[in-house]
Ligand binder design. Structure first.
Ligand code: HEM
Ligand code: HEM
Length: 179
């Protein structure tokens, strides 16, 4: 399959995939920003309750997205894309999918050990997992959430830079087919 069909039409990711990508991208970027910058704006607004609710939603949307992803084959990359570039793109996408699951799960475990209740935007309670404060699991989840959260921020920057590079420098269709 080529990026442009024989009739000249742009082959894009399917509509459901594009919708999942856009919604989850906005939510993940909000969570990275509120996680990393939350302390700086805490006096005006504490974003962490919102961060937790959005994170839980990201987890379940990502499970649905990955389930959907297993049912179709992506449109082929432009033929000019080299083998190394394809490998880096594949590894980055796989890592982002993994982090979309593992980062919210570590957050859920860590927050289950905390004293604050878990809710979804204050609308209803969200169950806490059976984790005790100070237990090795709670400690590991806290460490993991921080380290993997920062790794995710780095990969997202790389990913967005690559998309913009395709669009503005290489001038191919890689960005347009995901919009
Ligand atoms: C994809 C979803 C998520 C992303 C990208 C994300 C990212 C981050 C990042 C980068 C930090 C800053 C780490 C630090 O400086 O220690 C953070 C902090 C935090 N996250 Fe998340 N998070 C997500 C989901 C969740 C979920 C689901 C929960 C809980 C239910 C959660 C609870 C927290 C809490 C309580 C903090 C503050 C920790 C502290 O200040 O010690 N996060 N998050
Ligand atoms: C403004 C921000 C973003 C832009 C412009 C963007 C752009 C793109 C583009 C153009 C593709 C298709 C790449 C290709 O076909 O090789 C893509 C795929 C993907 N993006 Fe993003 N992205 C953004 C944010 C994010 C965020 C925040 C995440 C999640 C953490 C994410 C996760 C993914 C994943 C997992 C794929 C692989 C899709 C697949 O083939 O299954 N993106 N993105």
């Amino acid at each position: 399959m080529a990026t442009i069909s024989d009739s000249g039409e742009l082959l894009r990711y399917n509509g459901v995939a594009r919708a999942f990508h856009a919604i989850i991208a906005v939510m993940v970027i909000f969570n990275l920003a509120s996680g990393i910058g939350g302390d700086a704006i805490e006096d005006i607004w504490n974003p962490i309750p919102f961060h937790k609710s959005t994170g839980i939603l990201i987890l379940f949307l990502s499970i649905a997205r990955i389930g959907w992803r297993l049912t179709w084959v992506m449109p082929e990359w432009p033929s000019a894309m080299g083998g190394l570039q394809r490998l880096v793109a594949r590894i980055t996408h796989l890592a982002l999918y993994a982090l979309m699951l593992v980062v919210p799960i570590t957050g859920w475990i860590m927050s289950s050990a905390g004293k604050y209740p878990l809710t979804i935007y204050g609308l209803f309670d969200w169950p806490k997992l059976a984790v005790t404060k100070g237990s090795p699991l709670a400690e590991a989840a806290g460490e993991g959430h921080e380290v993997l959260g920062f790794l995710m921020a780095g990969l997202v920057v790389l990913h967005v830079a690559a998309a913009l590079h395709h669009h503005f420098v290489i001038k191919d269709n890689v960005l347009r087919r995901m919009l």
